[in-house]
Design a protein around this ligand. Structure first.
Ligand code: SAH
Length: 359
């Protein structure tokens, strides 16, 4: 056996600390004969200072730092490529997991805030017809350490503080419920000094029982629902998951979430010509928004042409800018809160739904 595979074997046996909750860290330190308070120290170094090496954990003895280096792991991802949009400064990070899988995160700077879009899975099993990630299929769930590390890496590479996180990258967060919630709980820990979990939005295509579970965690993270159509049969065509979990069931779960967490829901709505940009869509959307405390996030559809899609995906056309603005105005006239999102990072394929890797 050569030395490299020896090393891999050894590193496979190490315990990954990044992604652990404080209670789990406590159990870990007790199990190696250390005091409980080490958990708080490790939490601080990993999640507040976001150090990359155990040697930087300066309030631990040298001996302990060496021991940790031998038995535990800190980092989960490495940077493969960084692209910066010349148009709007959006930054796309191509990241590699320790097993060689590739995922993407995107930093979206605005005047008053910087939003980071993170992935929760490698690929996605949902196959939404307008989304590039769906076209690449599904590989596996990301761990809480890997989700957190996207933030740690992005913040290290970016000079302004990240102020918000959206779980809108690759994957369906609610199909990776445990690791998603664990990540939110790290940000909700009383020791956390960075972004509050209230500044994190989990976006879902709609897994009703998991929406209810998320509400029941007691966390105050926000929920975005990828609506895209208010009509069951039509939504089914562009989002096959709607066959399994209907809009009706989802809206009931969302109402529960809104009531329980006392937060506003965001309805995401990608504008598709002739599919969801008609007069009757405005009516249905208005009715829905009157029922649930919410705002609508209107999103210009980013073409999937670079992916050479087949079937329905190949037929999707963006609604014109002029028509999108009229659509938004009409909703506003109906007293609906509308946010017209600009496409960001178009030149680097970092815009929504474009997070598919050209292997
Ligand atoms: N699975 C989750 C998280 C993925 S983010 C979910 O479905 O919500 C999904 C969001 O990305 C969609 O709501 C939409 O806002 C956006 N999106 C996906 N494909 C897009 C495309 N081609 N153009 C514009 N936005 C897209």
């Amino acid at each position: 056996m050569n030395s490299l595979s020896e090393e891999t074997k050894k590193s496979n046996k190490k315990t990954l600390l990044k992604g652990m909750l404080r209670g789990e860290l406590r159990d870990f330190f007790l199990s190696i004969g250390e005091k409980e308070y080490r958990a708080d120290q490790a939490f601080n170094w990993m999640y507040n200072y976001r150090v990359e090496n155990f040697s930087e954990m300066l309030n631990m003895s040298k001996e302990l730092r060496v021991k940790l280096n031998d038995i535990a792991l800190l980092n989960t991802l490495s940077l493969r490529e960084k692209q910066v949009s010349a148009i709007d400064g959006a930054v796309k990070l191509l990241l590699e997991t320790s097993g060689g899988n590739l995922i993407e995160s995107v930093i979206l700077p605005e005047k008053t805030r910087v939003t980071l879009c993170v992935s929760t899975q490698v690929g996605c099993p949902l196959d939404c017809k307008f989304c590039a990630t769906g076209l690449m299929g599904y590989k596996r769930n990301l761990s809480s350490g890997e989700i957190f590390d996207q933030y740690a890496l992005a913040q290290r590479l970016y000079d302004r503080p990240i102020t918000n996180i959206v779980f809108m990258g690759m994957g369906e967060p609610l199909l990776n419920f445990e690791q998603t919630v664990k990540t939110l709980m790290i940000f909700a820990d009383e020791l956390n000094k960075g972004i509050s979990h209230k500044k994190i939005t989990v976006s879902t295509a709609g897994i009703p029982h998991k929406i209810i579970d998320l509400a029941d965690t007691g966390l105050k993270s926000k929920l975005a629902f990828s609506l895209h159509s208010c009509f069951e049969e039509e939504r089914e065509v562009i989002m096959p998951i709607n066959k399994k979990y209907s809009l009706k069931e989802n809206l009931e779960a969302i109402e529960y979430f809104a009531r329980k967490t006392d937060t506003w829901i965001t309805f995401e709505y990608v504008m598709l010509r002739g599919i969801n940009d008609r007069e009757k869509d405005i009516k249905a959307l208005t009715k829905l928004c009157r029922r649930i405390k919410s705002k609508v996030n209107i999103i210009p559809f980013n073409s999937l042409e670079h992916m050479n899609p087949e079937g329905i995906s190949a037929e999707l056309i963006p609604t014109s800018r002029e028509k999108i603005e009229k659509f938004a105005d009409k909703l506003r006239e109906n007293n609906i809160s509308v946010f017209l999102r600009n496409t960001q990072g178009e030149d680097i394929d970092a815009a929504c739904g474009q997070l598919a890797i050209k292997y």
